[in-house]
Design a protein around this ligand. Structure first.
Ligand code: ZN
Ligand code: ZN
Length: 75
């Protein structure tokens, strides 16, 4: 038995065929809101990648400039 949940955005229950369950947050969305949600997730993912790249660049520079790390000194 599989339980179908309504769209969390508009609580649409009559269109189960179009409902999509997000693997990330396990919430159900109708066709319209699944697109909405996927776009949001993609933007957040891109933000995350941008941040990661930025941090990676900073550490890369740091490694080149210094062999010692501040968190190693604390030990
Ligand atoms: Zn909806
Ligand atoms: Zn989600």
């Amino acid at each position: 038995m599989s339980i179908k949940f309504p769209c969390v955005k508009c609580e649409l229950t009559g269109n189960f065929n179009g409902l999509f369950t997000c693997n990330g947050c396990r919430q159900s969305f109708c066709a319209n809101h699944s697109i909405d949600h996927t776009n949001k997730l993609r933007n957040r993912f891109e933000d995350f990648i941008n941040e990661f790249t930025l941090i990676n660049d900073i550490f890369h520079d740091y490694k080149q400039n210094s062999n010692d790390f501040p968190w190693k000194k604390q030990k």
